[in-house]
Design a protein around this ligand. Structure first.
Ligand code: CP
Length: 335
């Protein structure tokens, strides 16, 4: 099963990919990245049109899709919620059918997974999840490419995620990791542990892949021998008013120099999908300092600015993995 299996297929959640298709996309993205650095630009999607639908803000995913489309010779068109007005006058079905008349592929960032699934059901071109409240598959592709660049493999790599275990990143890492044979440890306080249904879904993959899934609130056990420590914002978009409560729950889960050393492995690297609250140089960071006296939240500035931090590689790799994904979905195997 390789990239050709993805031709015409929508990627709405991690389970739409297999271990083979994950690995094929990542290997092709690594090739595309090397070719770009050598100045080789192949316009695999010349004359194609890509729709970028966003009902929530995005910097990285939007920019990565836009640049990926342009570099591949396609035209990308951004359509905001104001342009689409999904379900207000045009039904979801009608909107999906209309946009499928013009575009060869559609990226959609929207809160509701059910609405995305419904939209993709009626679309006649591939639809890519640009992040819902449930899943973030394009982030997984970029993150796992970054793991492969650093360790040369996915299988057997131990990744510990610390923070809110109920959010789309924790859930996506559990399921994508289980599919690809990683050892995923979710380290979160009891009140913020992953959804049981998602844990069961992840478990259903590990027997075949050889991975493991662990959920714990014990930080020392969770980080011991980990290859990657991963964290995310303590309050996602729209949850900012809950930050005081989250700080109380999550302060023991901050990634700082001591925690990095607790892995016992000098080669441990740090991941964050961004944005990260690592100092007081932002309005939010300044507010946190004034209200709570903290200079950082989920990761300290020294870890974030160290050579252990691979966040900007994760961001860059969105470009290459999204290129691979669009090529696979629209034309299948590149010639
Ligand atoms: N990490 C991520 O998805 O970033 P954006 O929200 O900027 O797209």
């Amino acid at each position: 099963m390789k990239m050709t299996d993805l031709k015409g297929i929508s990627i709405l959640k991690e389970t739409d990919l297999t271990k083979d298709t994950f690995e094929s996309l990542i290997d092709f993205a690594i090739q595309l990245k090397a070719e770009k650095k050598e100045g080789v630009r192949k316009r695999y999607l010349e004359g194609r049109n890509i729709a970028l639908l966003f009902d929530k803000p995005s910097m990285r995913t939007r920019a990565a899709f836009m640049c990926a489309a342009t570099e591949l010779g396609a035209h990308a068109e951004f359509l905001s919620d104001d342009d689409i007005k999904m379900g207000q006058k045009d039904t979801v079905e009608d909107t999906a059918k209309v946009l499928s008349c013009y575009f060869d592929g559609i990226q959609y960032r929207i809160s509701s997974q059910a609405l995305l699934d419904d939209f993709a059901h009626y679309a006649t071109v591939p639809v890519w999840n640009g992040m819902t409240d449930d899943w973030h598959p394009t982030q997984m592709l970029a993150d796992f490419m970054t793991i492969k660049e650093n360790f040369g493999r996915l299988e057997g790599i131990t990744l510990t995620y610390l923070g809110d275990g109920r959010n789309n990143m924790a859930h996506s890492l559990m399921v994508a990791g289980a599919i690809c044979g990683l050892n995923i440890r979710i380290c979160a306080p009891e009140a913020l542990q992953p959804d049981e249904a998602v844990f069961d879904l992840a478990q259903s993959y590990v027997q075949q892949s050889g991975g493991t899934i662990t959920v714990t609130s014990n930080v020392d056990e969770a980080v011991h021998n980990a290859d990657v420590l991963y964290t995310d914002m303590w309050a996602s978009k729209g949850e900012e008013s809950e930050i005081g409560e989250r700080i109380e729950l999550l302060k023991a889960f901050q990634v700082n120099r001591q925690l990095m050393e607790k892995t016992g492995k000098p080669e441990t690297i740090f991941f964050h999908c961004l944005p990260a609250i690592h100092n007081t140089d932002t309005e939010f960071g300044q507010m946190i300092y004034e209200k709570f006296g903290l200079t950082a939240l989920e990761v300290t500035d020294d870890v974030f600015k160290s050579n252990k931090c691979k966040s900007f590689d994760q961001s860059e790799n969105k470009l290459h993995t999204i290129k691979a994904l669009m090529i696979a979905s629209i034309i299948g195997e590149p010639s």
